[in-house]
Ligand binder design. Sequence first.
Ligand SMILES: Cc1ncc(COP(=O)(O)O)c(C=O)c1O
Length: 426
Amino acid sequence: MADFETRARKVLPPVLGHYTWLSIDRGEGSWLQTTDGRRVLDLTCGIAVTAVGHAHPRVVKAVTEQAQRLMHISVGVAKYESSIAFAEALATITPRGLDTAFFGNSGAEAIEGAIKLTRQTTAREAIITFRGGFHGRTVGAASLTTSKAQYKRGYGALLPEVYVAPFPYPLACALPDAHDLEACEAHCFAELEAMLEHEVPPEHVAAILIEPVLGEGGYVAAPASFLRRLRELATKIGALLVFDEVQTGMGRTGAWFAAQKVGVTPDVMTLAKALGGGMPLGAVVSSRERMERWRTGTHGSTFGGNPVSCAAGLATLQVIRDEGLVARAERLGEIMVEELAPLRSHPRLREIRRFGAMVAAEFDDKAVSKAAVGAALERDVLLITCGFHDQVVRFIPALNIKEDDLRAGMRTFVEAARAILVGAPA
Ligand SMILES: Cc1ncc(COP(=O)(O)O)c(C=O)c1O
């Protein structure tokens, strides 16, 4: 077994970006073991997926038993227990009224489904999204993605009738006095209203689609008041409000969904990542009434809601519920911010942000964030960046991580970042 990097470079395409070349043999809880025997603390959760850790025994048992019983039949061919049981369980935790789930395999597919559902059931075409959002890489989802222009590079014309409004992100605000959240929010909303006056007639808008917290875009939470205003606006113009909760869903924010945390109920939610507990699974969730209007046969998927993925999703949901992990997310977030305190006064750190257990440290330059993440990995702590320029380090621990492990991992990051910052010009 030559090392994975050498082999991967021969048979996997370079189009796949990579944060590291770590060769992972196994994962257990919050720990990864490399093929050369290193133990690495995982503060990435495989990009916000393994919310109950790697190989949680209850998830592994559910997957194993389901694989032995029925691995595949396709929901279009026949019905089976796990997809129905999982949809029933989801309906007990989603915002009120969002009681029906269409299952796909990924976040991007959930976005594709949301585009189709909203367009078909409103008989309108335009979709309003927000600058900095990441919604996936399939053609429809990439059309809505503006966290980095590179996701569109070389792909020609994408989906028409997509309009991009500014997201209230004070550090990136176009206003001269950028750092005032209220002023930035007012500016963004005014721009959105101007868009409806100058660029797209309100009655053309099928959906206003937003990540309540920018994920890939930098872990930036939209103020609850902004999301409330979007709710009112969508209702007023007859458009649907869609929350992309692919990264924020399933307890990560200290509520089952960010929608509940901010007290705003969207018409549609898209879910994936932690939904399947590590198995590929995504969902478009909406009301029964709306789903009844999505015409039979006009959308579907061979693998979507696969029996094993749904069994894993159901077990994951039960673990999150039984272990009280939704409430714990808030505590984990507090711990992370507490441990980052020694970096706070450094001139190259622009901001520490937190929304539940989504924590970000934004630096003034990618050179610092990347070097700090690299130095942390040398000390066996795995982290990844996000942000328009990868200038943000994001912390996404499993929601059941041991407190000692989390504190030790955060201290290691602080030590690594300090070592980098000593050498970096202020
Ligand atoms: C908010 C959000 N939406 C959609 C996606 C796309 O999900 P996937 O990579 O499963 O297609 C992502 C992935 O990072 C995401 O963070």
